[in-house]
Ligand binder design. Structure first.
Ligand SMILES: Cc1cc2nc3c(=O)[nH]c(=O)nc-3n(C[C@H](O)[C@H](O)[C@H](O)COP(=O)(O)OP(=O)(O)OC[C@H]3O[C@@H](n4cnc5c(N)ncnc54)[C@H](O)[C@@H]3O)c2cc1C
Length: 416
């Protein structure tokens, strides 16, 4: 079934009885060529590109719960490609370009909205750093503009420009950045993968790997043993736990990250705005809620929930940036599980076990990476070679010293 304006109109006239489920619900087969573990955004995008762009077949995606129940449905929906380092920026710009054509490609409305992101500048040194970042973005084919304080004031007059500690002195703007409906992205990739013949198998937890003579032969699951030529693991915050089943210890710690949404308000925030003097970011959903967040929890955890001190910290960041937020009522908050790597950058690579490949370490920036992560992981699974934009995202970079430390804070996962 193709989605179109005409189809919506036709279904409205016939009581919406003609819509079919977006994907099948198959039972697992005993053997596949490719098994993808994890039905989040990255696993689903991998399965989609493997079946469509790389024309592979006999693919299964195994999800322990339901599709999209993890971080893909819990994030604050920001997409952008405003990175600095050569190991990151071309990859995230590749992702941005895929976002721009994605909905047409999989024929599903994921509400991709290029409403822009504004990173605020509060000191002269920060302006220098953002100018450098903007130039790195331009060199990688992205868009970037340095705004002065008058331009920022015109765009967002409600900000606290004359805050005694954190006066606003300008901003780095990426107009092609914005937001996308996170669960719509999961559903779109799932529907596209299913149409291309992928078996999307829910309630199927991977509990072990079949490894013979250094080569992966399949997985053990809560629904029985499944053979596979190649296995790709994309389980985000559970990466360390799942890879431990294959005897591997990853350079990753898991931390919870919370998000918040206010009651619906009239249109206020033009795009995404980030505070430059603390960790606080905010946008406004199409329903009117202010969607915002801040830092991860400082301790390691596999629980999809956070604690009150972080709520207070995020609220303080919001109040320092835009005091009017104090008058909005908080509607909901929730948490998800971040796979924080030692340098804050991701991993898309083979592992020492032949045929077993890893997609992990997305920290709290993995939503924007979903299309490129899926594409590059599918490239690796299909061709055994890394995609040109993902060559630096190696697992052994920590041992070799070629880290991609975007923030420059060293091997302290909770600070990235
Ligand atoms: C509150 C919050 C805000 C965020 N905001 C942003 C943002 O604005 N922009 C941005 O770019 N990123 C953001 N992120 C980060 C982003 O959501 C993640 O980095 C990204 O979604 C991770 O990839 P994923 O979608 O594949 O993960 P997930 O959706 O978590 O998918 C992993 C899946 O693996 C499954 N799984 C785990 N173990 C097993 C097993 N043994 N067997 C089978 N399946 C298993 C899980 O059930 C899960 O469904 C945010 C995250 C959170 C929590």
């Amino acid at each position: 079934m193709r989605f179109s304006g005409f189809r919506v109109f036709k279904e409205a006239l016939s009581g919406h009885k003609g819509w079919a489920p977006l994907w099948r619900n198959p039972d697992p087969q005993p053997e596949y060529d490719y098994v993808i573990v994890g039905g989040g955004g990255h696993g689903l995008a991998t399965a989609y590109y493997l079946a469509t762009t790389f024309r592979k077949s006999r693919i299964a995606l195994l999800e322990r719960g339901w599709l999209g129940q993890g971080n893909i449905g819990r994030n604050t929906t920001i997409i952008r490609s405003n990175y600095l380092l050569p190991g990151n920026e071309p990859f995230y710009e590749f992702s941005m370009k895929l976002w721009e054509g994605m909905e047409q490609a999989f024929n599903f409305n994921a509400m991709v909205s290029q409403r822009g992101i504004l990173n605020l500048i509060h000191t002269d040194g920060q302006r220098d750093a953002y100018r450098r970042r903007g130039n790195a973005m331009l060199l990688a084919g992205a868009d970037a503009e340095l705004l002065d304080v008058a331009q920022v004031r015109e765009m967002a007059p409600f900000l606290n420009f004359d805050n005694a500690r954190f006066p606003i002195k300008g901003g780095l703007m990426q107009r092609r950045a914005g937001t996308a409906r996170h669960d719509g992205v999961a559903w779109g990739y799932a529907r596209g993968a299913d149409l291309a013949g992928v078996d999307l198998i829910q309630n199927c937890e991977v509990t072990g790997f079949r490894i013979e003579e250094g080569r992966v032969r399949g997985v053990e699951t809560s629904r029985g043993s499944i053979g596979a030529q190649k296995v790709g693991v994309a389980v985000a915050g559970n990466s360390s736990r799942v890879m431990a089943l294959a005897g591997m210890r990853l350079p990753i710690e898991s931390h919870a990250l919370q998000a918040f949404v206010s009651e619906g308000l009239k249109p206020t925030i033009p795009g995404v705005i980030t505070f430059g003097a603390g960790h606080f970011y905010v946008s406004q959903s199409d329903k009117g809620g202010l969607v915002f967040g801040g830092d991860i929890e400082g301790y390691n955890s596999y629980a999809q929930r956070g604690n009150l001190p972080t709520v207070e910290d995020v609220a303080e960041g919001g109040m320092a940036l835009m005091p009017m937020i104090g008058r909005a009522r908080l509607l909901r908050s929730w948490g998800g599980l971040m796979d924080m790597s030692m340098d804050g950058s991701p991993i898309i690579d083979k592992t020492p076990i032949e045929g077993l490949m890893l997609n992990a370490g997305w920290c709290y920036g993995g939503f924007k990476a979903t299309p490129a992560s899926g594409y590059c992981f599918a490239h690796l699974l299909a061709t055994d070679t890394p995609h040109p934009t993902a060559r630096a995202l190696r697992l052994d970079r920590f041992a070799r010293g070629y880290v991609i430390d975007e923030k420059g804070v060293g091997a302290t996962p909770n600070l990235h």
